[in-house]
Design a protein around this ligand. Structure first.
Ligand code: NAD
Ligand code: ZN
Ligand code: ZN
Length: 236
């Protein structure tokens, strides 16, 4: 885990200042890039970033007011990573706001519907209630944890084991759950699934989050990749 970096240094790490301003709109404030950003330079940042400064992302090449991007970064969990608002390319290591808890892995000898040739991996997530931190919607207020322990099931084949390894990375990066309002129950300040779908039923499919589903492993690999969790994370 990298030490906390100054927000303006994170912006400068992944965006380079443009000398010729393109004739385009800023994706964040929707003003022309040739007009200044509505955001002011932060205190103590010196002259480095001005409202007129336009930056270009190093990999995807999208352009924005650098102070607009700084404001977006400061609005998030300030983990040293950036995400291009145009194409969603992630720079650095995106982390989430999942509260403390446990992830455990078990083996079940039965097969899942649709995967008759292998046994089953069971993931058990347990998160106890606690107090929201500064990264959560209502810092200092409690959060509840409904329906824990929660289960996830995967086929114990090559692709399923790869998904499991990537889910472990996502867990370490706090991306599996978040604190917010449940779509299912409407309850606020509670722990909910984030953007990475799990199969929570093994032999039934009452919720629609069960098997068989021939597209599931590919879909969850795409959801992991959208959070910056890819096979590259396993090679390091
Ligand atoms: P949510 O309803 O806010 O939805 C967040 C994401 O989780 C969405 O992408 C949604 O598609 C997905 N999701 C919804 N239901 C799911 C399910 N059964 N299995 C797997 N993914 C599901 O998320 P939430 O508040 O975390 O609720 C998700 C599920 O958790 C509920 O449907 C319910 O099965 C369970 N839950 C149980 C209790 C309980 O007291 N037993 C309470 C709350 C939620
Ligand atoms: Zn802007
Ligand atoms: Zn981009």
């Amino acid at each position: 885990r990298t030490a906390a970096q100054k927000p303006e240094d994170v912006i400068k790490k992944y965006m380079e200042e443009m000398r010729v301003i393109p004739d385009e709109d800023c994706m964040i404030c929707m003003e022309r890039l040739s007009s200044p950003s509505g955001y002011d330079s932060p205190e103590g940042c010196g002259q480095a970033l001005q409202p007129s400064t336009v930056g270009k992302f190093t990999k995807c090449g999208h352009t924005l007011h650098m102070l607009c991007m700084l404001a977006m970064y400061n609005n998030g969990n300030k983990d040293g990573s950036l995400q291009c608002p145009s194409c969603k390319t992630i720079y650095g290591e995106k982390t989430g706001t999942q509260p403390k808890g446990k992830m455990e892995i078990y083996s079940i000898p039965q097969s899942l519907p649709g995967h008759p040739d292998c046994s089953t991996i069971q993931i058990i997530y347990n998160i106890p209630p606690g107090i929201q931190g500064p990264e959560h919607p209502n810092p200092g207020q409690p959060y509840t944890c409904r329906g824990f322990p929660r289960f996830g099931f995967l086929p114990d084949n090559d692709k399923g084991r790869k998904v499991l390894e990537l889910l472990k990375v996502a867990w370490m990066r706090r991306l599996i759950f978040t604190v917010g309002t449940s779509n299912t129950t409407g309850e606020p300040d509670t722990v909910v699934w984030n953007e990475i779908h799990h199969k929570t039923e093994m032999m039934s499919n009452v919720s629609g989050h069960g098997y068989p589903d021939p597209n599931y492993l590919d879909n969850v690999l795409a959801e992991l990749a959208a959070q910056g969790v890819t096979e590259d994370c396993l090679k390091r």
